[in-house]
Design a protein around this ligand. Sequence first.
Ligand SMILES: Cc1ncc(COP(=O)(O)O)c(C=O)c1O
Length: 402
Amino acid sequence: MNKSKRFETSVIHAGYDSKQHLGSLSTPIFQTSTFTFDSAEQGERRFAGEEEGYIYSRLGNPTVRALEEKIAELEGGEMGLAFSSGMAAVSAVLVALTKADDHILCSQGLYGCTFGLLSMMKEKYNITSDFSLMETEEELRNRIQPNTACIYIETPINPTMRLLDLEMISRIAKEYNIPVVVDNTFSTPYLQRPLELGCDIVIHSATKYIGGHGDVIAGLVVAKEEFLSEVAMTTQKDIGGVMSPFDAWLLLRGLKTLPVRMDRHSFNAERIFKEMEKHSGIKRVYYPGDTNHPDYSIKEKQMKQGGGLISFEIEGSKENAQELLNLLSFIQIAVSLGDAESLIQHPATMTHAVVPEEERLKMGITDQMIRLSVGLEAWEDIWSDLEQALSKLPAVKEKINN
Ligand SMILES: Cc1ncc(COP(=O)(O)O)c(C=O)c1O
C-alpha cells in the first residue's frame, strides 16, 4: 500500500486523479466495447504492445483499470485484475496455476462452487485436491506432494469460521516454491492483508463486502505483475470473464465506505455473538472474535477485527433450522453476505449443497448449522428478530423449559 496514506484515505483516493478526467469527482464510466485508433499503424503498435493504450474492453477499460489499481494498492500488491464474478476470478487463477495430473492443497472447507470447480478439474484433468486445517508446520509439510501446484485457502473458512495461519503457511510454501492463494472475501483488505504476510495471490468475491450493497456480482485478484499479466492475456482474455465498466463503478463507489462498514459489521457481530453464547437454544457459535475460538491467537495475529459473519448450530433438526429462517421478520433469507441488510442462510441445503454429505460433515457443516451475515441495522433489532424466532422453535422451547 502507498505508505504515505492510511487505508481510510487510500480507499477513497487510490487509483484515480480527477484532474485527468475534466475534474469529475466520480470516476467516469467508460461504457464502450472498443477504442478507436488514429491510424492503422497505431492499431498495429497497440496490438504489438509497443504503445500504451486501450484496444477493446475485454483487454482493458479505464473504469475497470481504476478499480484494479485501487484494489492492488489496498491489498499491498503489484497488480489487480477484475472479473465478472468471484468464481470467474477463482477459475482463472486455478486454471492458470495448474496442468493435468497436478495436486492442489486446500483449506478444510471452501465455498461450495470452488469445491464444485475442483471436482470438475479432478474429473476432466485428474487434478486432485486435499483438504487440511494446516494447523502445524509438520502437518503442512506432510500434505505437500511433489505435484502440488498451489495451496488454496479461505480464512476465515466459509462457513465454519476456522482460521489458518497465513504467515506460517506462506513461509513453509516458499521452501517448496509453491504459490499460496487466499480467498480474502470474508475479511477484505481492511481486516486482513495476506500479501503482507507472505502469500502470493489474493482473490475476492467482490460481490460481498467490497461492493457492500447487494447490487453487483464481481471478482478481483491481486498478485505480482508477472503472474497477473499472464492471467490477463490467457485465462482472462481467452475465457473472457471480464468485469463491465458499470460494475467497476459500483465497486469503486462501494469501496469508499469499506472501513466504515466493516467497523459497523464487526461491532454488530460481536454484540450478537455475545447474546447467542448466552442463549440456551443455540448449541454452538462460531465467530473469529470469540476469545475462546480455537484459532483466536491466529485472529489476533492477522485480523484487525472479527468481521461480520457468524455461524451457529441450533438445538433440533435440519427442519428446525429451516423453520428458524422462516420465522424471521426482517432478516432476509439469502445466500450472499457483506450487504447492508442482515442475510441468513442454511449452508447444508444452500451454499454447500453441492458438497457430498460425507465431505460436508468432514468440513464441519451440519444440518443444524446456520450462517448469519450481520448487516448494518441496529444490532439490538437484529438480535430481537433472532430471539423471537428462536423462542418459537419446539426444540428450543423444550430446552428453555427444562
Ligand atoms: C468465500 C467465497 N468465495 C467465492 C465466492 C464466489 O463469488 P461469486 O458469487 O461472486 O462468483 C463466494 C460466493 O459466495 C464466496 O462466499
